[in-house]
Design a binder for this molecule. Structure first.
Ligand code: ZN
Length: 290
């Protein structure tokens, strides 16, 4: 069998990229990794922005941008829950990949000098070993639910067996009970940021994320094109603050353009699993890996 090194083996780093990463490593700099759907796509999780995300209510097809809204939840809470349970069922069968694992090695090597900012709600970073304290899930985390009426009950674990059910089946009375707030008896909701909602610190670590971006010496962007407001601001803060900027993505995108405009920027074209292991090795030093 012929092995194609461009798909199966690690890609050697370009000299300029190695130089940028070496400077950050030698200076003991702070690193912010910003990840998006691209890193999870390599674990088989579809983005749900395309056809996979359609949901039928009555005789109408709804787009994810319509389903994942507070307005839809107010009108059709049960439909929104069934759609999420269907999505979470897909997530449950996915496993972390070499990209997630490389970022865990980076966190363990850098400790407090590392912050992970992720747009992904799938929990794959955590399952790979990322710590909760240094991981900011800026779009929420499917592992948790909370009261839709903010009655103060806090975060509750997502009822595990509900993710194992067929999301398309109607909710049984027992399942509805499990999605009922134990404190105020209103609906529980997924702990995710909806399209018609705003970032905040309490649920989505908004201020902590901006602070990490301001203090960063390197922004490592992986598998996102910054379609939402906070990732874009993180990129801008790092750019104007003079941080090094490395974008890992198979496609050109706004972050790759920002990296190419940056004095210490580099567009590392390729997927997370192909590029991150080598990038992390350059950042932590080969000896630290043993
Ligand atoms: Zn409640």
């Amino acid at each position: 069998m012929i092995q194609c090194s461009c798909h199966n083996g690690p890609m050697p780093l370009e000299p300029r990229l190695r130089e940028i990463l070496g400077e950050v490593r030698d200076a003991g700099g702070r690193v912010v990794a910003l990840t998006g759907a691209g890193i999870s796509a390599e674990s088989g999780i579809p983005t749900f922005r395309g056809r996979d995300g359609f949901w039928v209510v009555g005789s109408r097809n709804y787009m994810p941008q319509e389903m994942a809204t507070h307005a839809m939840f107010l009108m059709e809470p049960e439909e929104v829950w069934r759609w999420y349970l269907h999505r979470f069922g897909v997530v449950r069968h996915a496993a972390p990949n070499a990209g997630h694992e490389a970022l865990v090695r980076l966190e363990r090597a850098l400790g407090e000098r590392f912050t992970l900012v992720t747009q992904n709600i799938d929990g794959l970073h955590r399952r790979a070993g990322a710590s909760d304290e240094r991981t900011h899930c800026i779009h929420g985390d499917a592992a948790w639910v909370r009261c839709a009426h903010d009655c103060g009950v806090g975060l509750l674990p997502h009822p595990a067996h509900l993710a194992a059910r067929d999301g398309r089946a109607p909710l049984s009375p027992a399942e509805r009970e499990e999605l009922t707030c134990p404190r105020c008896r209103g609906w529980l909701r997924p702990h995710v940021l909806w399209f018609d909602e705003c970032y905040d610190e309490e649920n989505y670590r908004f201020d902590s994320t901006l602070r990490a971006a301001r203090e960063a010496d390197l922004l490592l962007v992986v598998g996102t094109s910054g379609a939402t407001n906070l990732p874009v601001r993180v990129g801008q803060l790092c750019f104007t603050g003079g941080a090094a900027l490395v974008d890992v993505n198979p496609e050109e995108n706004p972050f790759s353009e920002l990296a190419e405009r940056s004095r210490r920027g580099f567009f590392a074209r390729g997927s997370a699993t192909a590029r991150l292991p080598e990038i992390v090795e350059a950042l932590v030093g080969e000896r630290a890996l043993s």
